[in-house]
Design a protein around this ligand. Structure first.
Ligand SMILES: [Zn+2]
Length: 102
């Protein structure tokens, strides 16, 4: 099985009723099927034989109510992030959809 979940610390292997070796777990902010998550999903399915895929979100996920633009603006306000300007163009998707619209 493969599961795509939010990086929220409450969604651990243990909380999901899994043991190491039971599933390929892909975690990111919001449990979003990004290009990178999709790549892992394809490797899991076509190279490692996974037959089941789950997308697991959770109640009150802070990222489900925010747009990518809102998240980007909040991070860019941080002083330490402004010092790392070269990273900015590669960190955020160009999509303006809200996660709640999935
Ligand atoms: Zn979350």
């Amino acid at each position: 099985m493969q599961a795509i979940t939010c990086m929220d610390t409450r969604l651990s292997y243990r909380a999901l009723g899994l043991r190491p070796g039971d599933a390929h777990l892909v975690r990111n902010a919001g449990g979003i099927v990004t290009a990178d998550a999709l790549r892992s999903l394809l490797v899991s399915k076509y190279l490692l034989g996974t037959r089941e895929i789950m997308i697991i979100n959770h109640t009150d996920c802070g990222l489900m109510k925010a747009t990518e633009e809102e998240i980007r603006r909040r991070i860019e306000k941080r002083q330490e992030f402004r010092r790392a300007r070269r990273l900015r163009s590669t960190l955020f998707a160009t999509s303006r959809r809200t996660y709640a619209s999935r």
